[in-house]
Design a protein around this ligand. Structure first.
Ligand code: C2O
Ligand code: CU
Length: 387
């Protein structure tokens, strides 16, 4: 898509159960959000319709969001990436790669392993979020990406896993992070590794600094998001995701990366009309399970608010808000180092983050939830009504 496009998606549900298509991260009218409020019955059709607003350019994704069944649908492979192009992209033209990360688990006969929720394994999935030993990039196991020495590529990385949080690195290389969930940052930042929580996206520049003919792997480094009781035994092994191969072509001279990408105006903390407290407990938000008939937070179009999200338990929970991009103010009292538009924020075990959000349009009922799909499906979700 491009900024300014008017998008109409004709959808027909050929599944034997109700479903939706949710446009994760896109700022659009409530009726087109594809949340559990608007299920499409088997055999029925629906047109999702929205205009891509200026400033949206970035990497998003889409996935079903039926009540209680999101993890199952995504586990079956129903997801994809959305790239929104800018009308005035500050980065020079270069090869773009989509890197959609997912993992899965299979039985001996090759079928997907969805254990009975009442079983021991089912219980572990419910606690950890369903995780599997097979790691996919765009549905392939260990694909190869080639790069020419000196070349710069733009990689858009999406974490579509149900529970796995990735900590990605390319040994011997430094990423230049240029974007996050809601598009470009103000300025590029050099990083050795990136923590990518569930549902989160990042845009990085990868520079072909390897010698012609050399290879390296994009790796997933260990990250302990788990509660000690259900932490997988092999949690601290490094796993390979893809091979980056430097071709034998003669090196080219690198492009120049602009030192500023765009201006992000910080949301005005003096305009804040409410400070909300959201407590992530085990499987619940503020001690409650999701109820679609209840409104948990009620507010008005145009309001600016601070949300203080506190994780009081011993495992990470990734926070997601529908409809609106927010800015992170601080994490455990430490001021966020740079401005970015976000719709996903990992809330590590026993920590607190503060975000600021302005509901600048689109009244409706919006979900906010933990993006570990098993937690979300079991009710770790709330309703934000914007009037
Ligand atoms: Cu990616 Cu409410 O979802
Ligand atoms: Cu959770």
């Amino acid at each position: 898509m491009s900024e300014g496009d008017h998008v109409i998606v004709h959808f027909r549900n050929d599944l034997p159960e109700p479903t939706t298509v949710h446009w994760h991260g896109i700022h659009l009218p409530f009726e087109s959000d594809g949340s559990p409020f608007h299920p499409i019955k088997p055999g029925e059709t629906h047109d999702y319709e929205f205009t891509v607003r200026p400033g949206t350019a970035g990497t998003y994704w889409y996935h079903p969001h039926p009540d209680h069944r999101t993890g199952f649908a995504i586990g079956k492979g129903l997801f994809g990436a959305i790239v929104v192009h800018a009308t005035d992209d500050p980065l020079p033209p270069m090869q773009e790669k989509l890197v959609i990360l997912s993992d899965n688990r299979f039985l001996h006969d090759g079928s997907l392993d969805f254990p009975d929720p009442a079983s021991h394994h089912g219980g572990i999935d419910e606690e950890n979020g369903r995780e599997g030993p097979v790691l996919f990039v765009n549905g392939h196991v260990m694909p190869t990406v080639t790069i020419r020495s000196g070349e710069t590529q733009r990689w858009r990385v999406v974490n579509a896993s149900a529970g796995r949080i990735y900590r990605i690195a390319l040994p011997g290389y430094t990423f230049i992070q240029v974007g996050s969930d809601g598009g470009l940052l103000e300025a590029p930042r050099e990083v050795k590794e990136i923590l990518l929580t569930t549902g989160e996206r990042v845009e990085v520049l990868v520079r072909g600094t390897g010698a012609p003919g050399s290879k390296t792997m994009l790796q997933n480094l260990p990250y302990d998001r788990y509660a000690p009781q259900t932490r997988p035994q092999d949690w601290n092994t490094t796993l390979d995701l893809l091979t980056l191969e430097t071709t034998n072509e003669t090196p080219i001279s690198p492009v120049t990366i602009p030192s500023t990408l765009r201006k992000i105006i910080p949301l005005d903390t003096t305009k804040v009309t409410a400070v909300r407290t959201v407590v992530f407990g085990q499987g619940m938000i503020n001690g409650k399970l999701m109820d679609m008939a209840r409104v948990d937070v009620s507010t008005k179009v145009g309001a600016t608010e601070i949300w203080e999200i506190e994780n009081v338990v011993g495992m990470d929970h990734p926070f997601h808000m529908h409809g609106f991009q927010f800015q992170v103010l601080d994490r455990d009292g430490v001021r966020e180092a740079y401005l970015a538009w976000k719709d996903m924020l990992n809330i590590p075990k026993h920590s607190t983050a503060r975000i600021i959000v302005r509901y600048d349009d689109y009244p409706g009922k919006w979900m906010f939830h933990c993006h570990i799909l098993d937690h979300e499906d079991h009710g770790m979700m709330g309703v934000l009504e914007v009037k």
